[in-house]
Ligand binder design. Structure first.
Ligand SMILES: [Zn+2]
Length: 161
């Protein structure tokens, strides 16, 4: 296992996020399996929330499917996406949760998608995570950003409207 994966595993163990992932696995009676790069997979998750096929908590990827399904070569991009979230947990620790929900809120408010403008999903790879890679901004966000830009550049000639 590469040093980077060991570091991630140790950090997510120390910051408690892997413990939270293991607790979710135990409480939901998901079965723990060995994944790749030292990541654990909790398979057979059955609760309706969140609606995604997998989600990551610390160094534990929780999935509705089986570990074999997620480790299949065809799902390499998805595994890479979830693994990237595990690395984000190593850096952010429990702050991942408020950061993630704030990023979801921002993305949803500006585009109607939880992922497109969510910096944590962008960092993990939108396409690999099953998100659209781009969506137009909602009208209020377009106006707001235009207002911010025009305030930042007072030297420029004013726009005709
Ligand atoms: Zn994701």
């Amino acid at each position: 296992m590469a040093a980077r994966h060991v570091t991630r595993g140790v950090l997510t163990a120390l910051n408690g996020t892997t413990g939270a992932g293991l607790l979710i696995a135990v409480l939901t009676r998901s079965r723990l399996r060995r994944g790749r790069h030292g990541v654990l997979i909790a398979e057979g998750y059955r609760l309706p929330i969140p609606p995604a096929s997998c989600f990551t908590v610390g160094s534990v990827i929780v999935t509705r499917r089986s570990a074999e399904w997620l480790l299949d070569e065809q799902r390499a991009a998805l595994f890479g996406h979830e693994h990237r979230h595990a690395e984000q947990y190593a850096v952010l620790g429990p702050l991942f949760w408020p950061a993630y929900w704030a990023a979801c809120g921002w993305s949803y408010a500006t585009t109607g998608s939880w992922g497109v403008r969510n910096f944590l999903e962008k960092n993990a790879g939108l396409k690999a995570g099953g998100y659209p890679t781009d969506l137009p901004l909602r009208p209020w966000a377009v106006r707001g950003l235009a207002a911010i830009r025009s305030r930042r550049r007072p030297d420029e000639s004013p726009s005709p409207d």
